[in-house]
Ligand binder design. Structure first.
Ligand code: HEM
Length: 476
């Protein structure tokens, strides 16, 4: 987890250039830049429709979903998407420099690529609850422009969580109103169902709070550097409030997206790495003769939890094992500026010793514990999602991002639970006010119960899934 990118030099590590206001004027700056207002969302509203020059691509995407916007069956429902892709021209994209258009083209080509590669799996899954094989070659009229656009924005040429499926796929119904669920609509979809909309937009409404996460993280780092105890404790308390709002918003997923519907669009967000549907990866015609293996769309590419892991110095506590290598690999699938910011926060928190500074004062330590508990709450609810939306309906051993379904998430949840136990033991309760004392006691009680349940659950599930949950080198 050392800072790796070329921008890293001593000066860059001093302070990261977080945007303090949205900067929509500069068309050449990347769409995704970490900011105190936009957080981890794009700095400008996503482009909804492609310009006329790409009208055949736009028209293909509108006809693509299982259920189209007008309620009729689309090309994927009829098994006709593959043929329709053949009629698409190989659009020239060399001259394009506008960040918004590049992001929209990346989103749209990744949708076409995933739908094309996975259409046979969806058809087979609907009939037999088995994915079979996907298409193994991406034709050049999609592969070439996709690879070019991906290179221009510094992304991998496959669907990503932030850059395509979730965080570049929403529009405000009333542009003067906020990013609340009622005011949001989807731009692209595979299934076209209410549940797919709910699944995607619930991520957006959570990330809508991330500007505050960044503000408080910056304040934690700067006050820790100045050893300003009062500001530091306040920033930890504010960070806890923001994570708590994000966790509350996460709870809305249950109503907005029905667990029984998830399998109907999940097929299309699978990757080509570690997936039995693509045993030899995918050849991108006209791009390379070497097959590509890329992880699928996954919330694991969201930056809010990695931010907490890094500023609270939890990342370094993850066990050195193959599952943690997968976590590191996931952190490379995100907008470049997000990755650099996460690396910066990790480096800075380690250099300043955020955890040690927090633990040297009882009040700060209690708020530090509360934040780790928010990360636990996120991962715990998330484990519940995985059991209810996926494991209940499918024995497929690999998640959309290519991680083993019953061992990977508990690797991180287990580490957070252990950290809570260790941290809580180090807090001097006698120095706490009654409210904080009660908060710490409540956290203690919950952690012990969850540790017991998680160990039992994982042991049972591993018996069911067998050796598919063990990783070898090629799967990391
Ligand atoms: C129905 C809801 C959801 C389901 C079924 C689900 C499923 C999964 C699965 C199976 C993984 C494992 C990684 C992989 O894809 O290979 C994962 C990872 C992850 N997802 Fe989700 N997810 C859901 C909602 C969300 C939401 C709303 C967020 C919010 C941003 C999110 C953020 C994450 C994160 C941060 C990870 C990595 C977890 C870690 O570091 O321990 N997920 N998700």
């Amino acid at each position: 987890f050392k800072p790796s990118s070329a921008v890293w030099n001593a000066r860059a590590l001093e302070a990261f250039p977080v945007l303090t206001a949205q900067s929509p004027q500069d068309d050449r700056m990347p769409s995704f830049m970490v900011g105190e207002t936009n957080g981890f969302l794009p700095r400008q509203a996503p482009l909804v429709e492609l310009p006329n020059r790409f009208h055949k691509l736009e028209y293909l995407l509108q006809r693509m979903p299982l259920v189209m916007a007008n309620g009729e069956e689309g090309l994927l429902a009829k098994g006709k998407f593959g043929d329709a892709v053949k009629a698409l021209p190989e659009y020239e994209v060399d001259d394009i420099t506008d960040a918004q258009l590049l992001s929209a083209l990346y989103r749209d080509y990744t949708f076409v690529a995933s739908a094309y590669l996975l259409e046979p799996c969806d058809i087979m899954y609907r009939e037999k609850k088995d994915y079979g094989l996907g298409r193994q070659v991406l034709p050049r009229n999609v592969a070439v422009p996709l690879a070019k656009v991906a290179a221009k924005i510094g992304a991998k040429p496959f669907m990503e969580y932030a850059l395509s499926y979730s965080l570049y796929n929403y529009k405000r119904i009333d542009p003067t109103k906020g990013l609340t669920y009622d005011n949001l609509a989807l731009i692209r979809a595979f299934a076209g169902s209410e549940s797919e909309k709910g699944f995607i937009l619930n991520h957006v409404t959570m990330v809508a709070f991330s500007g505050d996460l960044i503000k408080h993280t910056q304040s934690i780092l700067s006050s820790c550097g100045r050893k300003d105890r009062q500001e530091f404790t306040q920033a930890l308390c504010d960070l806890n409030t923001t994570y708590s709002r994000i966790n509350e918003e996460m709870e809305c997923m249950w109503q907005r997206s029905q667990p029984a519907d998830y399998q109907k669009f999940r097929t299309f967000i699978m990757g080509t790495k570690n997936q039995p549907m693509f045993p030899h990866g995918v050849i991108y015609e006209g791009v390379s003769d070497t097959p590509m293996f890329l992880r699928g769309e996954s919330g694991a590419n969201d930056s809010m939890v990695p931010l907490g892991d890094n500023v609270l110095q939890l990342t370094a506590r993850m066990p050195e094992n193959p599952l943690t290598k997968v976590l590191r690999d996931f952190r490379t699938y995100r907008p470049t500026n997000h990755r650099e910011y996460l690396e910066y926060v990790q480096y800075k928190a380690d250099e300043l010793g955020v955890r040690d500074f927090a633990m040297s004062d009882s009040e700060s330590a209690a708020w530090y514990l509360a934040n780790v508990d928010q990360i636990r709450a996120f991962r715990h609810r998330h484990w519940n999602f995985t059991k209810e939306y996926i494991i209940k309906y499918s024995l497929h051993p690999v998640a959309t991002g290519g991680s083993p379904i019953v061992s990977w998430l508990p690797n991180q949840l287990g580490t957070v639970l252990n950290t809570l136990v260790e941290t809580s033991q180090q807090i001097d309760r006698s120095a706490l006010n009654p409210e904080l004392k009660a908060l710490v006691a409540e956290i203690d009680e919950r952690v012990q119960a969850q540790q017991r349940v998680l160990t039992r659950e994982v042991a049972k599930l591993k018996e069911q899934y067998g050796s598919s949950q063990e990783l070898n080198e090629s799967q990391m």
